[in-house]
Design a protein around this ligand. Structure first.
Ligand SMILES: Cc1ncc(COP(=O)(O)O)c(C=O)c1O
Length: 389
């Protein structure tokens, strides 16, 4: 009986996030006095903009922190809608904007609103692991579509149509800029993929969490391309608010009520203090742009320095703050290489196996969200490590 009581559900049998193991190992090295350069974690080192923190402080001092309506503070939803006009020149009805507890809760709400158990949903491989794990936990089937240099590491209309012909898909999710690859879809490629998906009756979800962090060319929003696309976004990355747990979705209008019902029941509402801070974060544009310029400088340090350090092969470093390096000339086991790099050179990276069950053993993901001097030091340490062999 005790065994039955202690047994977790089958749907919870999803893989852990290996990067967490790297972080724990790095913490042990630091506890012993080592100086670890953290390139494993995908989060900004900078705090939320001053405007956001000041607004939260004011709300704490003067206001009662109660629930908000399930779809979010009306002023926040209106401010987000305005952001679409200002950034992309597209008119979005605030009624389509839904505040979420980070984009992570956005995935949960969107998948529940869009899909039935058993539905097949296409995602790019390599990709952000929770896509497949959340889909799996909800009883949906993640369908990994392999991407490569020829497709510029994104899902092509042909690959989508082919996967759909094998067995019908109900959805496809893309991210541009993407994690772990840091690659982006050109606006024409995004528009073509959306047209193909919708022509086949496949629902389109666009994870736009890394928008704002685009260096190669401006990222396009799916919201400007189709009213049927679901857009998922977050204050975590560009706005430097990971721990505030606040994000948003732009839903197709007919599906807003379904999401509202789900949010009412699953979360009631998104933390009010975080919504207040998020609304004010839009006033911190100058600070956020300065942080972005820091990433741009880091990107140049890595793309300029890594080839000489011994890592000449990486994917196009278009956006977000990730560089995905091919380490196949050194190993068939990137997890072991990452462990040695951490133990011997005190540089923490994430092995590709976290993101790609098929070819991840040949890749390492390096986050360049840290300080410039750390990036220079990392390049030097990686060079010494690879030369030592
Ligand atoms: C591609 C991508 N989407 C979504 C998330 C989740 O972010 P959050 O829940 O903080 O908005 C992350 C976090 O790293 C990510 O890399």
């Amino acid at each position: 009986m005790a065994e039955i009581l202690a047994r977790a559900s089958r749907r919870s049998e999803i893989a852990p996030f290996i990067v967490m193991d790297v972080m724990e190992r790095a913490a042990r090295i630091e506890a012993a006095g080592g100086h670890v350069i953290h390139m494993e974690v995908g989060q900004p080192a900078a705090p939320a903009p001053h405007s956001a923190r000041a607004a939260a402080r004011r709300a704490l001092d003067h206001g009662r922190i109660g629930y908000t309506t399930a779809l979010g503070l009306p002023t926040l939803r209106a401010r987000i809608a305005r952001h679409y006009g200002e950034t992309y020149g597209v008119d979005i009805d605030p009624a389509r904007v839904v505040a979420t507890t980070g984009s992570s809760a956005g995935f949960l709400l969107a998948f529940l609103a869009l899909f039935e158990p058993g539905d097949r949903v296409a995602i790019a491989n390599p990709g952000y692991p929770p896509y497949r794990h959340i889909l799996t936990a909800l009883g949906c089937e993640p369908v990994l579509i392999e991407t490569d240099a020829a497709s510029r590491w994104v899902i092509t209309p042909e690959a989508l149509a082919q996967a759909h012909a094998t067995a019908p898909l109900k959805g496809v999710l893309v991210a541009s800029p993407a994690n772990p690859t840091g690659t982006m879809m050109r606006p024409e490629a995004l528009a073509e993929l959306i047209a193909t998906a919708e022509g086949l009756g496949i629902r389109f979800i666009s994870d736009e969490i890394y928008h704002g962090l685009d260096y190669a060319f401006p990222a396009a929003t799916a919201a400007a391309i189709s009213p049927h696309a679901t857009v998922i976004h977050s204050f975590s990355k560009y706005f430097c608010m990971t721990g505030w747990r606040v994000g948003w979705m732009v839903m197709p209008q007919p599906l807003v009520r379904a999401v509202e019902r789900l949010q009412q029941n699953l979360m009631i509402s998104v933390p009010t203090l975080s919504q207040v801070a998020a609304e004010a974060a839009f006033d911190g544009a100058a600070e956020m742009e300065a942080v972005k310029h820091g990433y741009e400088a880091n990107r140049l340090i890595l793309t300029g320095g890594l080839p000489e350090a011994g890592l000449p092969e990486f994917l196009p470093v278009d956006g977000a703050f990730y560089l995905y390096a091919d380490v196949s000339r050194f190993t068939d086991d990137s997890a072991a290489l990452a462990r040695r790099l951490l133990d011997e050179a005190h540089v923490a990276t994430t092995p590709g196996v976290d993101f790609d069950p098929h070819r991840g053993h040949h890749y390492l993901r390096l986050s360049y969200a840290g300080a410039a001097e750390e990036m220079r030091e990392a390049v030097a340490r990686i060079g010494d490590f690879l030369r030592r062999g």
